[in-house]
Design a protein around this ligand. Structure first.
Ligand SMILES: *Cc1c(COP(=O)(O)O)cnc(C)c1O
Length: 401
């Protein structure tokens, strides 16, 4: 079946179970399943289908392009685009029946005009910046923006109001952001404005602060098993896999890899796994935050040099965890398999600790679903539990009430 040397193995049944368990935990709160960034690397369309089948009320993507892709594939569930659009993209928001995030009057105006042209209502969620410092209108301008939209932009419907937490693991900071949002809700209510979908929580906030669930929560990491939880059953649906393509013995004192960064300390058996930084191995996202972080990185590198490796530099082959030696190449890494040298063969499967969201698009995604195995383009969602031929606007009314 598998002729690939690198692939992501995704169990869609586990993704479905995770979503169903999250739904159960949430009770009557609606679930927006976050499928941005190619569903955190797992594959946008298959995961979106699983999410809809498993009862997600809404889908969330970062870019307009992702939203359009899902519509072209036939997904008819409401889709919120988190990033603000460029004004010239307003027509596409309406063409594809997407929900836009708004936090500027340029976009509001563009959506108003596009909606008038297409004789539709533009459905929008107003985003408030309660402390993140990214998208959103500042809290002191939020009420006025909503008032003016309601008064002057008749082709816009404000369906939602939301904010995003910058540090959901920190209760003090999160409560502060939540209080700002809550007082805006209170003002709106006092002035007679009713917005049906108010939402603030991501995965960690939804787990830690049930009082903040409001009308809907936006869940990404939990769906992909990336946040451990004692409150609900969540499993890891995926594995980053590759295969050993070459094995050889090196004498003691032989350099390994670019830059001569590692020298063998004993006669060493190495296995080459064709998975490197191009594929998404050992990609650091954040810059070191101050001296302490820089020091941490430095110590990590020193430790790697004497053979003590972080998770990202460990590879599991035949059930045994092995270390990556030296620098990771563009499309290869060199693994120390000395301890299992009598039980390693070309073709063996290696499991890597790469961040799935950083996986190159060139790596195949292989799906397991109801006992069958598919490549992305062969995957069939036959149960018809979601509408494959959307009638713009209709599904939305029935699923959000
Ligand atoms: C990515 C994202 C989420 C999901 O966050 P998780 O921590 O993965 O649950 C929610 N809301 C917004 C606006 C996001 O960008």
């Amino acid at each position: 079946m598998i002729n690939h040397t690198c692939w992501l193995d995704v169990d869609l049944d586990i993704i479905s179970d995770n979503i169903k368990n999250i739904k159960k935990y949430l009770g009557s709160t609606k679930l927006l399943a976050v499928v941005k960034a190619n569903a955190y690397g797992h594959g946008l369309y298959p995961v979106a289908c699983s999410a809809v089948e498993s009862g997600a009320d809404y889908l969330g993507v970062a870019s307009l392009e992702e939203g359009i892709f899902l519509r072209q594939k036939g997904i008819s569930q409401p889709i919120l685009v988190f990033n603000t659009i460029l004004p010239e993209q307003a027509d596409d928001v309406l063409n594809y029946d997407l929900t836009a995030t708004v936090c500027s009057f340029d976009v509001v105006q563009a959506l108003e005009e596009a909606a008038a042209r297409q004789n539709k209502k533009a459905i929008v969620h107003v985003k408030v910046d309660t402390g993140f410092g990214r998208f959103g209108v500042l809290p002191e301008h939020a009420f006025e923006m909503i008032r003016v939209i309601n008064l002057n932009f008749k082709n816009l419907y404000i369906e939602g109001l939301y904010t995003h937490f910058s540090m959901a693991g920190n209760e003090k900071i999160t409560r502060h952001q939540f209080n700002i949002f809550s007082s805006l809700i209170k003002t709106l209510k006092e002035q007679g404005y009713e917005i049906p979908l108010k939402h603030v929580c991501n995965s960690i906030a939804a787990l830690n602060y049930p009082d903040m669930h409001l009308d809907m929560v936006r869940i990404g990491n939990l769906i992909y098993g990336l946040v451990p939880s004692k409150d609900l059953k969540i499993s890891n649906p995926s594995k980053v896999c590759s295969r050993v393509i070459f094995v050889k013995n090196l004498p003691k004192g032989h350099y390994v890899g670019y830059g001569n960064k590692y020298k063998t300390k004993r006669p060493t058996t190495i296995a080459i796994v064709p998975f490197g930084y191009y594929d998404g191995l050992e990609v650091y996202v954040s810059q070191p935050n101050g001296i302490l972080d820089a020091l941490k990185n430095f110590i990590k590198q020193l430790l790697a040099n004497i053979g003590v490796n972080g998770l990202g530099r460990k590879v599991k082959i035949n059930g045994v965890t092995c270390n990556i030696l030296g620098k990771i190449s563009m499309q290869n890494c060199i693994v120390d398999v000395t301890d299992i040298k009598d039980n390693i063969f070309v073709g063996d499967i290696a499991e890597l600790n790469a961040r799935r969201v950083n996986l190159s698009n060139s790596i195949a995604r292989i799906y397991h679903r109801a006992g069958q195995v598919f490549l992305e383009n062969d995957i069939i969602f036959a149960e018809n539990s979601f509408d494959l031929s959307p009638e713009p606007g209709r599904r939305r009314e029935t699923s959000i009430g």
